[in-house]
Design a protein around this ligand. Structure first.
Ligand code: SF4
Ligand code: SF4
Length: 60
């Protein structure tokens, strides 16, 4: 992992499991999907493990 990497959301199904998992409050509920605040995210990867659909992916 490099400093330039961040997490993106692809094909989110709005189950919001990741919201409960994030210790930093970096994931925002947008109604039918979520977004991740890059300034708050520490790249701990807990949300990646929590998503049943593999929708949280590492980008750079
Ligand atoms: S756990 Fe995955 S599918 Fe569910 S809200 Fe989060 S990113 Fe979307
Ligand atoms: S990687 Fe960690 S800090 Fe970043 S959004 Fe996911 S759970 Fe939150």
């Amino acid at each position: 992992m490099t400093d330039e990497q961040y997490l993106g959301i692809i094909g989110c199904r709005g189950c919001f499991k990741c919201l409960e998992t994030c210790p930093e409050g970096a994931i925002k509920n947008k109604g039918s999907y979520v977004t991740i605040d890059r300034d708050k995210c520490t790249m701990c990867m807990k949300c990646v493990e929590s998503c049943p659909y593999g929708s949280i992916v590492c980008l750079d």
